[in-house]
Design a protein around this ligand. Structure first.
Ligand SMILES: [Zn+2]
Length: 405
């Protein structure tokens, strides 16, 4: 994309939301005015950026006429894929971060990597074909998958909720089957990327990002940066202790968050509490989909005011609160962003318990911790994966993680 300076300027222009001038760019990037002028000229030639006369904008003061710069949203696109054990979600994002198309398909019941790859390739092809977007403008595919992953080699290692998966070369296979440059990241880190990308969420600088899907995970944004860890697998929250036992976790212990807030745990624990869910005995679908349907049923029961369901959800919210408080205390965070397909369906009944534990716990600095929903809804991980692709192509860093085909 034309080197570090251009990438840094493009990032500053995007974050400026159409208000920055060349002088602003020189100030925020520390580049010389001449360097800015030259690099902006090249950006204008690429069509990624356009300029507008300041005098046409309301409220522009007197003085030397200048121009503001903004990105051109339809100049580039990125595809985001979220691979959940139950569902494959694909979004097409423009350079401005607007979701221009969304598709989803149930993950194949076999859960075999080859079958899942077929679905991903088919849906990626379909979203480009039906959107009418010029293929040449698509930067590539960002993949968000359950961890653990080997980000460097683009492998999905052995996710606990995908038992047939071992060292699957997902990044290279998706690149080969779709023809697009592809990168791979963990689902919860993709969610954190979406939260960092969109100005609407106020881009929290110190936040715990909770993702509740087939499994549960928690990413940390610290000082405005996503914490990735030494192997890019930060965010494993499933074995954080929540004090009280609900049921056994996949690790065999009791009292883990994963024994409370994974779809499988929800299904099992509901049964143990005497909450009857028809999905529990549905042998027609995969275990992941069965557990996912149980979440729908629980939401219906809660919506109808079922006391047992409400009590169960309250306890789940409090258990989540225990885990979140631990992380907020450790890292002095002031924001919790809950997300994910389970949260989207059960969140209204989980918030009170979460809120109660947050409010009743000693937090460093005596500041409040806000619970901030995302604007991206159920597709947030796919949107985040596309943001990672845009970031990789456009922001000033060299990750070396992208497979270019
Ligand atoms: Zn555990």
């Amino acid at each position: 994309m034309g080197g570090f300076n251009q990438a840094a300027l493009l990032e500053a222009i995007r974050r400026g939301g159409g208000t920055v001038t060349r002088a602003d760019l020189a100030r925020v990037t520390g580049l010389s005015p001449q360097t800015v002028t030259n690099a902006v000229r090249r950006l204008l030639e690429t069509g990624l950026v356009a300029e507008e006369s300041v005098q046409r904008r309301a409220g522009a003061g007197p003085g030397r006429p200048g121009t503001t710069l903004d990105i051109v949203p339809d100049s580039k696109y990125a595809i985001g894929v979220h691979l959940d054990p139950a569902t494959v979600v694909v979004v097409l994002l423009d350079l401005g971060g607007t979701v221009v198309a969304t598709r989803s398909a149930p993950a194949p019941a076999s859960e075999k990597p080859d079958d899942v790859l077929d679905v991903v390739a088919r849906e990626v092809g379909a979203i480009v074909a039906t959107s009418g977007v010029d293929v040449a403008r698509v930067l590539g595919v960002g993949l968000a998958t359950p961890g653990p992953i080997d980000r460097q080699r683009g492998l999905v290692l052995d996710p606990p909720h995908l038992t047939r998966w071992h060292d699957v070369p997902l990044r290279d296979e998706v690149a080969r089957r779709t023809g697009f440059p592809t990168l791979l990241d963990k689902d919860v880190l993709a969610v954190a990327a979406a939260i960092c990308w969109y100005p609407e969420t106020g881009r929290p600088t110190d936040a715990a990002v909770v993702y509740v899907g087939t499994g549960v995970a928690m990413a940390v944004i610290s000082g405005g940066e996503i914490v990735r860890g030494v192997s890019g697998n930060a965010g494993e929250a499933g074995h954080l202790s929540v004090g009280r036992p609900f049921g056994p976790c996949s690790c065999g212990r009791e009292g883990c968050l994963g024994g409370v807030l994974s779809t499988g745990a929800i299904l099992t624990n509901a049964g143990a509490r005497g909450i009857h869910l028809a999905a529990a005995t549905d042998e027609e679908v995969s275990p992941s989909l069965r557990a996912d349907h149980a979440v729908d049923e629980l939401g219906v029961l809660a919506g109808a005011g079922d006391a047992q369901a409400l009590g169960f959800l309250n306890d789940m919210g409090e258990a989540l609160g225990s885990a979140v408080v631990t992380v907020c205390q450790l890292l002095d965070l002031d924001t919790v962003v809950p997300s994910g397909p389970v949260w989207e369906r059960l969140g209204p009944w989980l918030v009170p318990g979460l809120r109660r534990v947050l409010d009743g716990s000693p937090l460093p600095g005596h500041h409040a911790v806000r619970v901030l929903p995302t604007d991206q809804g159920i597709n947030v991980a796919a949107v985040g994966a596309a943001c990672l692709m845009l970031d990789d192509a456009l922001t000033p860093k060299t990750t070396g993680l992208l497979l270019r085909v």
